[in-house]
Every structure is written in structure tokens, then in C-alpha cells.
Design a protein around this ligand. Sequence first.
Ligand SMILES: C/C=C(\C)C(=O)SCCNC(=O)CCNC(=O)[C@H](O)C(C)(C)COP(=O)(O)OP(=O)(O)OC[C@H]1O[C@@H](n2cnc3c(N)ncnc32)[C@H](O)[C@@H]1OP(=O)(O)O
Length: 727
Amino acid sequence: MAATRRLTHSVAVITLNNPPVNALSYSLRRSIIKEFVDASKDSSVEAIVLCGANGKFCAGADIKEFGSTSVDSVSLNHINDTIESCKKPVVAAIEGVALGGGLELALSCHYRVANVQSLVGLPEVLIGMIPAAGGTQRLPRLIGIPAALDMIVRGRHVPATEALQLGILDEVVKTNTIDAAVQMAMKVLGQPLENRRLGTLPVQAIPNVDTFLDTAVKRAKGQFRGAQAPLACIEAVKATLHLPFLKGVENERVLTASLWSTGQPQAQQYAFFSEREVGKWTTPSGGKWDKVPPKPIQTAAVIGLGTMGRGIVTSLSKANIPVIAIEQDAKQLDQGRQAVNALLDREVEKLKLQGKTSVPGNGLGSVKFTVDLGDLHSVDLIIEAVYENMQLKKEIFRKLSSIAKPDAFLCTNTSGLNVDEIASVTNRPQQVIGTHFFSPANIMRLLEVVRGQKTSLTTIATAMSLGKTLGKVAVLVGNCPLFVGNRMLGPYLEQVNYLLEEGSYPEEIDQALEEFGFAMGPCRMMDLAGLDVGWRSRMEQGLTGTNAPPGAPVRQRNGKRYSPLADLLCESGRFGQKTGKGWYQYEKAGGRIAKPDPWVRDFLDKYRRTHQIARHQANSQEIQDRCMFALINEGFRVLEDSIASGPEDIDVIYNNGYGFPKHRGGPMYYAANVGLPKVLSTLENYSKANPDVPSMKPAFLLRKLAAVGGPPIKEWRTQLGNTSSKL
Ligand SMILES: C/C=C(\C)C(=O)SCCNC(=O)CCNC(=O)[C@H](O)C(C)(C)COP(=O)(O)OP(=O)(O)OC[C@H]1O[C@@H](n2cnc3c(N)ncnc32)[C@H](O)[C@@H]1OP(=O)(O)O
């Protein structure tokens, strides 16, 4: 990891080289400053170009070095100030990415030339930080407060063409970026540099700036629910209005220290690295991500064009994979076609904004709509996405066995059905795998890849690689009812129901969990998903309806506590958003604006009277603890059963599929942070008082880890040691 220097004409080209992304580690920074100072002193050098090796400019500070106690004598701020004040023109040649400290470095150069394919941005907020190497001070001085604030608070990766329009870049090129930067350096020789030093420029005034910033704070509080970094970003940008540049940079440092003390950056950086770690899957049979090459997927098919199927088709097309989309009859096919086309139109609009419409077909894979399963004879991978019915799925997989080419992969999009049972009806169980997409599938980042007993390593590698191609974060999980995410949701929602029975109202529970940081409280989530889904499943399990055991106590099943509340809502036609009524009332069937419903309050009050339940109104802390610890406890059981290979996998699933607040790291990271002994004792107390709620009985693994003092999360895997593996 070093910066190297060569001379082209009279231009010194300094190349940052620290694979894979030229992160600004301590040693790279030391090397950059040495080469830069040497070049600026060298009389044969008239101008300097900064560029990155391996087609990338720089992805910013080395996140792995954050929090390290080593003395940092070469700060990025020092480098940036040295560059900016250089008397020779300095040009940044941006290829690939200039992110975070990478863009801050480029902003301290006097000119910026970028490749048309490159992305620039200040995404520090996504790892719980602010751009603290002068980014919050230089960018507003360059492009104005509104545009800078938008980029910094959202952490957006901005395509080069947009960055050119914003004024971040001086030139965008399609061919050799470094040559273009050298040309630019030669062209500007002799021109004054004063107005190119962003740190010396005033920030452009905007009308009603205070109102503008207050609105930004309100919006960020609503949108990011408890995350401190977006607010600190606004605070830092605001300082450009009343502090001189150097004081503004000092303020960045103070804000960073204060953020660090909240623990949120550490949690978000754990989440960042966990997302990358889950791609490095292993299996106990010795399979490993870097040993098993995936098969290329040139064509794909999706069976079923309901909500999930439409999103999956769109997702494949977006990744430029030609898709065959299948429905069972002409009417449903037509509905599916219209819906997919509408989704694809939106994608084209987005590509237009990114200036990417010159690619043939707009860079989208073609979609062929058909009702003929026979059309699938030559596709590489088929995703079945019909509704959750085992018999129907088996029937389709039986047919696919004879239709699909022998080496085709068969995927089932299920949120919890047994992948082995589906695979068992095929002539190729080794090529069958579960791909659990999350709705809307063209937007949600999570993909649970569910491995069956007979799934081959090549099939795993191919499904995991497909997930990456689709821009998703794919997590390999074992096959058990409901897999990881939905399985953990069970005990969480059980607590929600018990809290409702005991005296909380839906809006109080939602408020407590939204304050915790969840994107959506559980009652609104159940309304969105449809209360009838769980009701049907409970009927099938014989817990309610005509199959329920005759004479069973209303609030008990098989000796365990049972809440019939959701069944009663469904019996009165309240299925959630789709019927305009559920735990809330909506403006119309299919409406989205949830309003507390006096009917529900009345219903809950009557229910308590009928069952003589003394009202207990839990406060926010109790609601959060009971729901979170129920979720976490099941997470430990998932680990005991080896359904997920580590706590990071669970956290990635929850952060990306269930709206868990990333600034808390994920449920398992949160547990480690709260302290496992505390989680254990809370569960023990609850369990003693409620022996009929087995889901709250502390998991064995939780006890085991708490007994050794609750080690840091990165040490948990070693304790998982001897568990029998289903992966
Ligand atoms: C104050 C704070 C300042 C000044 C900062 O600069 S904070 C850092 C700001 N930068 C970022 O947040 C960028 C983070 N990186 C990314 O968004 C992406 O990695 C990428 C867009 C740069 C590349 O994406 P992709 O091609 O998909 O590759 P991966 O994400 O898988 O990354 C490849 C490996 O590089 C490691 N990596 C990436 N960025 C950093 C970084 N800034 N510091 C340290 N390491 C980084 C990443 O973990 C991958 O590592 P391996 O998994 O391969 O070991």
C-alpha cells in the first residue's frame, strides 16, 4: 500500500495503490504526503495529477482503522490542506469511485476530471459518521448548501454525469481519464488558483436558510429514527454559515468525537463489514465461497406474476438478464405484464437520471411473457414464485423436472416452506434451492438463500452469485420452517399480541418500536403484510377455526399461552390495509395512511373485560425489551440449530429485510451491546412468571455465552463450536 509517482511531460502523476479500493490507510496517507511534497518541491514538475490504481480513485478512509489508538501523525485533513494550498495546479483523475475521504481528497485538488462510469459521494453517514476531512465545509462552498446537504445526509453515490451538472466535476470523459487529467493540468498551467481553493471561498447565501435547515432536521428525525449521524451532518454543514473554514473543520472533529461516544458508528461499521462477510459463505462439508465457482446465468424465468414474481422479474431485467415471465392464463399474464412494464418504466426513468440510457435496451434484460411452461426448456435458472402452497409448488417442480434442461437450476421463492420437500419431487434435488426474496423484490436488498439437504455447492455458489448480480445482499441459511427472519418474527409478534391482550394499544406498541428505530412498528407491519396470511396458517395448523381442538380454552393451545386476538380481527373481516381495516383504520381498502381506530380500542377493552384481564399498560421500555428479547432469544436458537452460520448473518437479515435500525447494528449486536447477562436475566424473570410462554425460555446458547461473561460478538462463533449443523 503506497503511492507511486511518475512524470508525464512536466506533470507528476501520483497513483494511490492500496487494493482493493485504495482506502486511505495510515501507510497510504504517509506515502501520499511524501510523494506530494516531493513533487511540489521538484522543479521539473509543473503540475500534479492524483489518481488511483486498479480503476478506482479511492473509497475513503480505511474503515478498519477507525477507533485504533495508534497516534495518527498524518491526518487526511493535513494532506488535503497541503494539496489545496499547493502553488502548482493539482488535478484529481477519478475512475471507479471517489467516496468519503476519497472525494474529500479530490475536493482539495484544484480540478476534477472523472470517467463517465464513475461515482462520487460522501457516504460517511451510512457508517454512522460525518465527512470529517473537510467534506462538510468544501462541498457546500462548491455546490451550495441544498445540493451538498442532500448528498451528505443521504450518503448518495452520485453518477459522474450528475456530478458534472452539480459542479463537483470539471470534466467527464469516456476514454483515458488519467490522460485527460494530464491534459487538463497542462491546460491550466499559469492560470490563477485562488478561486480553485474551495476552503478559501465563501458559501453561497440562500434565502430563509434557517427555515431550510430546521426542515432538514425535522425530516431527518422522521426518516432516520434515532440515527445521530444525519443530524450531525446537518449541524456540520450549518457551520459553513457562521464559522470560517478551519473552525468548520475543527467542528467536524468535535461532532465526530461526540458521534463516536454514542456507539452508533461502531454499530453501523459492524453492519457494513457483516454485509460483506456474509458473501463469504462456508459449509461444514468444506464448501467455501472462493473454492466453488458459480455457473453463469445468461437466461432466467419466473413462474407466477403476483407481487413477488413481478418484483423478481424486474430485478432480473434490471441486472440485464433476459427473463421469461410465466402465468397460468392469459388474463393473469396480461395483469402481470402491465405491472412489470410499469415497474420497468420506473427503472428506465431512474437510468435516464443517471445518464445511462445510451446502452442498447437501456441496459435492461428483455422480458418475454408467456403462459407456456414449455418455453422454459433452455433457460439457465427458473424461479418459482407462486403463492405459498406446498401442493401447488410440488406440482410445478414435478413439471419442471421434465421441461427444464438437465443443468438448469430450480429455485423456489418461499418465505418458509420446506425446500427439501419441494426438491424431493424433482429429478435433480442437488440443483434445487430456496430464494426467499422480500417484498417489493425489485427494491428490498435482502435475499435469504435456503440450502436443502441435497443442494450442491455449485447451486449455492450460483444462487449467492445471482444475489450479488441483482444488487442484493444474499445470506445463506439452513432449511427449517420459516428459515431465519420469519422464524424469529414469531416470538416477537407473540409478545406484541400478549401486550395487546394485557392493555397496550397498537399505536403505543408501534410508537415504542419505531422510537427504538424500526422502520415500521409491528402492528402496522402486520396490517401491511395482511393479517389473513397468519390466520390461514394458524387454521392449517389446527390452532383456530374448525380444525381447532374442540373445547380448547380460548387463550391456550397444547398447554401454552395463545392469543386469539388476530383470529378475532380476521373473523370480523379486518385483514389489514387490503380491507381498509386491521389493527388500524385506513382511508380506503388498499389505503396506506394508518389511523388509530376507536373500534380496535373498544374491541381490546371488551376482550379484557370478557377474560377478566386486569389492565397493565406497559411503558416503552417494557415493550421494547419484551419484543426485542423475544426476537433475540429465537436468534440464539437459530444459531444453536446452525440455521444461520453466525450472529452477523442474522443481523444482516434483520437490517436489510425487516427494517431493523442499522445504527443499532442488528438484533444480535444489540444483545451484545445491552449485555448478555441482562438479556438472560430479563428473559429468566419473564419466563418464571409466564411458564406457559416457552418462546421466552432462555436459549441454551444465550446461557452459555452469558456464563462466560457475554463476550464480544466476534467471539461468539468460537462458542458455537459443537452444535450439529444443518448448513
Ligand atoms: C471521516 C470518515 C472518512 C473520511 C471516510 O472516508 S469514511 C469511509 C467512506 N467510504 C465509504 O463509506 C465507502 C465504503 N465502501 C463502499 O461503499 C464499497 O465498498 C465500494 C462502493 C467502494 C465498493 O463496492 P464493491 O465493489 O461492491 O466492493 P465491496 O463493498 O465488497 O468492497 C471490497 C472490499 O473493500 C473493503 N472496503 C471497501 N471500502 C472500504 C473502506 N473505506 N475501508 C476499508 N475497507 C473497505 C470491503 O470491506 C471489501 O473487503 P473484503 O470483504 O474484500 O475484505
